[in-house]
Design a protein around this ligand. Structure first.
Ligand SMILES: Cc1cc2nc3c(=O)[nH]c(=O)nc-3n(C[C@H](O)[C@H](O)[C@H](O)COP(=O)(O)OP(=O)(O)OC[C@H]3O[C@@H](n4cnc5c(N)ncnc54)[C@H](O)[C@@H]3O)c2cc1C
Length: 454
């Protein structure tokens, strides 16, 4: 009997799962393995919302494998040591793993390769599992990655996405012991409105997203920025954990066709874009991608008000409170809350990115850090010094103020767009703070700091 190990990481699914399909093709028996590695906690990737969603994903993956005659084997400990032990116990000759893009993932691949070789076992790393197009799938002349989205997208769209891989019909698992699956109920500190995870739920969501009218993919182009309308897919956590395949989603949306689907696929290409930047520049998770010589102010009192959604700028506070309540925030709200921190308050983007990562259920290094850098003007934005005016943004993307009233209940009685800038006496009466900063003065301060004419 030949044995392979399928080491699951950010690819917790059985459908369109090239690494799992290859493991099943290669050996008579496969160990579908997930390792709860404390290294993830040390690397700062851990957060209660993601741990809870992960528990759902593992339960759903186990169900998917059981439906094919298999099961998920869970172990705890250092991932390299745990894989080595399974290989020794089963005599496995190969370990299959999806390629990752972070420095942590690269280190893990290297360490696994080195540990497995003396055991007579090879590591097979699969591209195109986590992203639709692998990092390096398209590159500009003389560079290892694209630093600007538009030319990347042109090449990405022309490159074509790999065909969808059929889920294995049967998976035979050798008799190896495992631990109980982690339970969502055991995780504390979870946001009350956190979504449900897992492949089954992800596939149900895709089906409804592609089919529904008015707030589904067909309406995406016109409605994706409508803060109160909530007309985006909310598929980001499923893509983060790989309970959905990005490649399959691109193909299915492409088959659906139309302007909405095209705009949606373009956003999925943004995801791939940031992943290819991080794969080439893993240091961009922490260091400025392009340094602008910033001397961030980092005023602790202001940062705390921002984290708590008490800046006195209603749309910013609404976004920050949605984040805390749901572990998710609308993209337009992410843009303007991040811009408020990094440009209006002129605080270090790393501080904001760390707060987002502590709560976001879809929080990942590629999308979070590089979007933060984009907003802060230290990343790939070709107009790094633009400042979003949160009031103008609020009036445009929440024209009747419903989004703000939903998330800032003290202001629920303020009618219409007046909620975006309540009068001082209304703020005092309703227990809502005065603005933390004057937006005009903050804009001038930022411009001066970046050496621009004000
Ligand atoms: C400061 C900031 C931090 C962010 N942090 C994260 C993060 O940690 N994880 C994350 O997945 N996204 C992040 N984003 C990108 C974006 O806000 C979310 O992907 C999106 O809001 C998720 O909601 P959705 O699934 O309904 O998106 P939809 O609008 O339905 O888009 C579909 C998918 O496209 C991808 N996508 C959309 N916009 C972007 C983008 N700007 N960059 C990369 N991929 C994108 C996502 O995978 C998303 O699920 C961040 C954006 C900003 C401005």
């Amino acid at each position: 009997m030949s044995v392979s190990v399928m080491l699951f990481t950010s690819d917790l699914r059985v459908h369109d799962q090239p690494a799992l399909a290859a493991a099943v093709r290669e050996a008579d028996e496969v160990v579908p393995l997930f390792v709860r590695d404390p290294g993830i906690h040390r690397a700062g990737f851990d957060a209660p919302n993601r741990r809870a969603f992960l528990a759902d994903c593992l339960a759903s993956l186990d169900d998917g494998l059981r439906g094919r005659g298999g099961r998920l084997v869970v172990r705890s400990g250092d991932v390299v040591a745990a894989v080595g032990r399974i290989v020794t116990e089963t005599g496995a000759r190969s370990v299959h793993l999806a390629a990752g893009v972070s420095g942590y993932a690269a280190g893990r691949e290297k360490a696994l390769e080195a540990a497995l070789a003396p055991l007579g076992c090879v590591l097979r790393v699969h591209d195109g599992v986590v992203t639709a197009l692998p990092p390096g799938g398209v590159t500009p002349a003389n560079r290892d990655h694209f630093a600007v989205f538009t030319p990347y997208f042109r090449r990405w769209a022309a490159a074509g996405i790999r065909p969808v891989v059929t889920a294995p019909r049967r998976i035979a698992v050798p008799d190896v012991p495992g631990e109980p699956l982690p339970a969502r109920a055991e995780v504390t500190g979870v946001s009350p409105g956190l979504a449900t995870g897992g492949e089954e739920e992800g596939r149900r969501r895709v089906k409804s997203w592609l089919a529904r009218t008015g707030s589904g993919v067909d309406a995406y182009e016109e409605r994706h920025d409508d803060l109160a309308g909530d007309a985006t897919s909310r598929l980001s956590p499923h893509l983060h954990f790989g309970s959905l395949s990005a490649a399959e989603l691109v193909r299915r949306a492409g088959d659906r066709g139309g302007a909405g689907a095209e705009a949606f696929v373009r956003q999925l290409a943004w995801r791939d874009f940031h992943h290819q930047v991080l794969a080439a520049r893993p240091d961009a998770a922490r260091a400025d991608y392009r340094t602008r010589g910033d001397r961030w102010r980092d005023d602790e009192k202001e940062i705390t008000a921002w984290r708590e959604g008490r800046t006195g700028c209603p749309v910013v506070d609404a976004g920050m409170r949605q984040l805390r309540h749901e572990g998710w925030m609308h993209n337009r709200a992410r843009l303007l809350t991040a811009s408020y921190l990094a440009k209006t308050l002129y605080a270090d983007w790393r501080t904001g990115a760390a707060h987002f990562l502590s709560l976001l259920v879809d929080g990942d290094l590629a999308n979070n850090q590089l979007n933060w850098q984009w907003v802060a003007g230290t990343g790939t934005d070709t107009r790094p010094n633009r400042i979003l005016n949160p009031l103008a943004q609020a009036r445009r993307f929440d024209p009747d103020g419903s989004y703000v009233r939903r998330w800032v209940p003290e202001l629920a009685s303020v009618p219409g767009p007046a909620v975006h800038d309540p009068a001082p006496e209304d703020r005092a009466r309703l227990g809502y703070p005065a603005p933390l900063v004057d937006l005009g003065e903050a804009r001038d301060r930022f411009s001066r700091a970046r050496g621009l004419d004000t």
